[in-house]
Design a protein around this ligand. Structure first.
Ligand code: HEC
Ligand code: HEC
Ligand code: HEC
Ligand code: HEC
Ligand code: HEC
Ligand code: HEC
Ligand code: HEC
Length: 403
């Protein structure tokens, strides 16, 4: 064999080997099974994976979930997340002496003035509230989290003094304690976990929004069990909520939807499946529904309804698919009523077509809450979960629909 041919053969062989190496590398990377990293660790050591990590296997649920008020109920501030105006209608005047101005500079700021003098100026760092009804804002002072005095009311399109703030002074010092974040975030690790009043947090171990792991628990083990063994078809290392008892399922929602209760146990330690009564002072006495405020106590109101008391299975998920944004899906909710009730036989008067697809506005009307008031000037309406007969409201709706 001539030397030239020999060199050529070697060259080709070399080329093929290099080619093979790259091809193999590419295949190798595709098959490489990499575990996900924790984004935060719960107090008991259980690790959170974050909802981004669920996306690859639960795509539809993930994509629907990010559009829900749950997911959007808290997050870091970014410009388009603000509904309020920072240029024209950016002043809130409380009285002749005190006013606030909201400005967009390098970041967004809120400044409080007394008799024309700047008293305090702090940045908008965190938003609480999806903006369905309103937004409240928080700011950081080192590791400590505080509420800003001015909030935003979406329906009225205006800045307001935050609920519960007295009008006679400028307060930038209301601490944001774990209890508040427990209903509006998935996890916020505190420097003093046993202290219900501590507002000092470990910033990179906060998971904003009511995310997957708020209801399903820290799920890194589940994620990795399936990432490392893609052939697994049956769920590993995660519990099945639908197979829990009715009270366990109700408790999973009641943790945040049964109003303010006295804490008995460390914040962020309740897990779906646990008994809420050992975590929050129970409120299971037969409820006098006239004294329950509609704000945030869907549990108390629903369990006081005849529909709940006289049926075995009714629970929050009978009507709600929490993975989806179902706001104003009135006809869809009405289907749930019709699955248990014969609407024609139930009424003395005839229901027209519109009424047949809207059981909600007459039997679960939106009522004014007295828990959130803004100096008595503005009010918020919340859908009552005491399903019942509201004669006056029904009459008004009847007249409206008859027209
Ligand atoms: C690598 C794939 C994979 C990832 C990533 C993953 N899962 Fe799963 N998950 C599965 C499989 C497979 C099942 C079983 C089949 C099913 O129910 O879809 C499952 C089932 C579930 C179930 C139902 C359990 C039951 O028994 O009803 C829940 C809840 C769940 N996953 C939550 C999550 C959450 C939350 C995340 C993100 C933190 C996540 N999963 C990430 C693969 C994955
Ligand atoms: C507000 C609470 C809540 C949040 C947030 C939540 N889930 Fe669920 N999830 C539930 C409940 C309740 C069920 C059981 C529903 C039923 O009764 O069938 C469930 C069931 C599931 C199931 C099994 C049944 C199914 O629909 O396939 C999977 C998988 C799942 N969730 C994944 C997720 C993922 C992924 C996220 C985040 C992107 C998430 N969930 C966010 C409450 C929640
Ligand atoms: C970690 C606390 C938390 C848990 C657990 C929780 N929620 Fe919520 N939920 C909230 C908060 C906070 C809001 C208000 C979000 C907003 O608008 O900012 C909300 C809003 C809602 C809404 C209104 C959505 C809309 O369209 O405006 C529904 C419905 C709801 N939750 C149902 C449930 C059900 C059902 C469960 C149990 C499976 C549940 N939630 C569990 C905190 C929670
Ligand atoms: C016990 C649980 C719970 C606690 C504690 C709680 N909230 Fe809420 N919050 C809710 C629920 C549930 C809603 C949804 C409306 C409803 O059901 O009344 C809500 C609604 C809101 C909204 C309106 C959101 C919207 O756009 O619809 C804001 C703003 C808000 N809360 C701020 C706060 C702040 C700030 C704190 C703490 C200082 C706090 N909340 C404490 C449960 C809670
Ligand atoms: C799981 C089945 C179930 C579902 C779903 C359900 N109900 Fe009921 N409801 C009942 C039962 C059972 C009663 C008690 C009836 C009786 O005693 O004859 C009841 C009672 C009522 C009453 C009489 C209340 C009173 O105080 O006397 C009204 C009105 C009513 N339901 C309307 C509705 C509407 C509207 C919906 C949908 C938003 C609904 N129900 C959903 C089972 C259900
Ligand atoms: C019989 C059906 C039914 C059941 C059961 C039910 N809901 Fe609802 N819920 C509704 C309807 C209808 C609305 C109004 C939806 C709308 O207007 O967009 C609603 C609205 C809500 C809202 C938003 C309130 C507002 O005015 O912003 C929350 C929060 C909520 N439900 C939580 C729960 C929780 C928690 C449970 C269990 C304790 C529960 N729901 C059980 C039918 C139901
Ligand atoms: C225009 C208002 C209105 C609408 C819409 C409406 N209802 Fe009613 N409903 C009433 C009133 C008022 C009563 C009391 C009986 C009567 O006057 O007919 C009642 C009675 C009932 C009862 C009987 C309660 C008892 O005494 O046992 C049930 C069940 C019921 N409604 C279910 C429904 C369902 C399901 C739908 C939707 C398909 C619906 N209603 C739509 C106003 C309404």
């Amino acid at each position: 064999m001539s030397k030239a041919v020999h060199t050529f053969t070697l060259f080709i062989l070399g080329f093929l080997m290099v080619l093979l190496f790259f091809v193999r590398c590419d295949f190798g990377q595709k098959n490489e099974l990499v575990p996900a990293e924790p984004i935060a660790k719960a107090y008991d050591g259980m690790a959170f994976a974050g909802s981004e990590s669920c996306k690859s296997c639960h795509k539809t649920i993930y994509e629907n979930h990010v559009n829900t008020p749950h997911y959007q109920t808290s997050h870091k501030v970014y410009k388009d997340s603000m509904y309020g105006d920072f240029t024209d209608k950016n002043t809130l005047k409380l009285n002749d002496s005190i006013h606030f101005i909201m400005t967009a500079e390098d970041v967004l700021y809120q400044s409080g003035f007394k008799d024309g003098t700047l008293i305090q100026k702090e940045p908008f760092d965190v938003v609480i509230g999806s903006g369905t009804k309103g937004q409240t804002f928080l700011y950081w002072k080192d590791s400590k989290l505080y509420q800003l005095p001015v909030s935003y009311l979406v329906g009225k399109d205006k800045w307001i003094h935050s609920p519960g703030y007295a009008n006679d002074r400028i307060h930038f010092n209301r601490a944001v304690v774990p209890n508040c974040l427990e209903c509006h975030a998935t996890y916020a690790k505190n420097h003093l976990p046993m202290d219900f009043n501590s507002n000092s947090y470990i910033k990179n171990e906060i998971i904003w929004g009511v995310d997957c792991e708020s209801c399903h628990g820290p799920a890194l083990k589940h994620v990795n069990a399936h990432r490392l063994d893609p052939e697994l078809k049956k769920a590993k290392q995660i519990s099945n909520i639908a197979s829990l008892t009715r009270q366990q399922q109700l408790d999973a929602c009641a943790k945040c939807h049964s109003g303010l209760r006295k804490p008995l146990n460390m914040p962020f330690t309740f897990r779906t499946g646990d008994k809420l009564s050992s975590f929050r002072a129970p409120n299971y006495r037969p409820l006098d529904t006239t004294s329950i405020d509609v704000h945030g106590n869907q549990y108390g109101l629903l369990t006081a309804s005849e529909c709940f008391k006289k049926s075995e299975a009714l629970n929050c998920t009978t009507c709600h698919n929490t993975h989806k944004n179902e706001r104003r899906a009135i006809a869809q909710f009405s289907e749930k009523c019709i699955s248990c009730h014969n609407a024609i036989e139930s009424h003395t008067t005839k229901l027209n077509d519109q009424m047949k697809t809207n059981c909600i506005d007459c039997h679960m009307p939106s009522l004014t809450t007295s828990a959130i008031t803004f100096n008595g000037l503005d009010s918020i309406k919340i859908r009552t979960h005491k399903i019942g007969i509201y004669e006056d409201i029904s009459k008004q709706i009847n007249q409206f629909l008859e027209q």
